[in-house]
Design a binder for this molecule. Sequence first.
Ligand SMILES: Cc1cc2nc3c(=O)[nH]c(=O)nc-3n(C[C@H](O)[C@H](O)[C@H](O)COP(=O)(O)O)c2cc1C
Length: 133
Amino acid sequence: MSLPFVQPTAVERLIYISRASEPMGTLDLFNLLNNCREKNARLGITGHLLYADGIFKQCIEGPPAAIDGLWQSLLKDNRHEILEVRHRGAAEFRRFEEWAMAFSSYRYLNDFNMPGFFPLDANGVSEKSLLCS
Ligand SMILES: Cc1cc2nc3c(=O)[nH]c(=O)nc-3n(C[C@H](O)[C@H](O)[C@H](O)COP(=O)(O)O)c2cc1C
């Protein structure tokens, strides 16, 4: 008799909004994304970061203990002030499976042509940012 399929690791999703303490420039964002992606890949975290007009919206998804740990780091990070948690809960599947941290912002903030960058259109959305709500 075959056993029912059980997800090997539970995945949790957390979505929050924060305000940047200082306006972020191209280089700030490039460095932030590189560091995020390195640590997220190690921790099995995937997700999406939106930055527009001094506001971040981030979706992180991964094993609950890794999400807890990253959340503690995010709370302490003085580059931003957390304004609101929009969602936290178990996720049946990852929305950003292939991205250690996809990034959507204005095209002019991507001078370094980073991979995983999704430009915002005239309505302030990208194909990926629409998945982060
Ligand atoms: C808007 C924003 C989003 C961030 N996203 C991540 C992230 O996805 N992964 C990550 O490792 N660090 C992220 N960071 C950086 C963390 O706040 C923190 O500096 C980093 O994880 C190192 O923390 P630690 O010194 O406690 O290990 C983000 C910072 C900001 C301001």
